[in-house]
Design a protein around this ligand. Structure first.
Ligand SMILES: [Zn+2]
Ligand SMILES: [Zn+2]
Length: 124
């Protein structure tokens, strides 16, 4: 579970929004934004400013993180919050409804966030 934990040089953190290192942002005067890397390049996300500091409890609560998982997500990228495991969220699994079938899930009750399947639903 430590695979994404990289020791960063003190004073040179990564932006929790766009992922740039602070020294690079200063050198390039880079804005806090993410561009798609496909053939057709377009701006996908942008923020008013870079975020170097760790998330506070308030920030994490706003992202739906459970208090006992706060320490694991102090430096989780803002984009990765969509993919945080359901066990770390206040909400937990989000069972699919009939409207989600074929888009987000293949059976009612499957978690639309992590794809966790209902135990009784066997795959044919
Ligand atoms: Zn940034
Ligand atoms: Zn889930």
């Amino acid at each position: 579970m430590t695979e994404t934990t990289q020791e960063q040089a003190p004073g040179n953190p990564e932006c929790l929004h766009c992922g740039i290192l602070r020294v690079d942002a200063r050198r390039q005067r880079a804005a806090c934004e993410i561009w798609s890397r496909y053939e057709y390049v377009e701006l996908e996300e942008e923020w008013p400013r870079h975020r170097w500091r760790d998330w506070t409890d308030t920030d994490l609560a706003a992202c739906g993180i459970k208090p006992d998982a706060y320490e694991r997500h102090r430096r989780t990228s803002v984009l990765a919050f969509s993919w945080v495991g359901c066990k770390d969220t206040v909400q937990g699994h989000v069972p699919a409804t009939a409207a989600d079938i074929s888009i987000l899930a293949d059976h009612i009750g499957q978690c639309v966030r992590c794809g966790h399947r209902q135990p009784q639903e066997a795959t044919p």
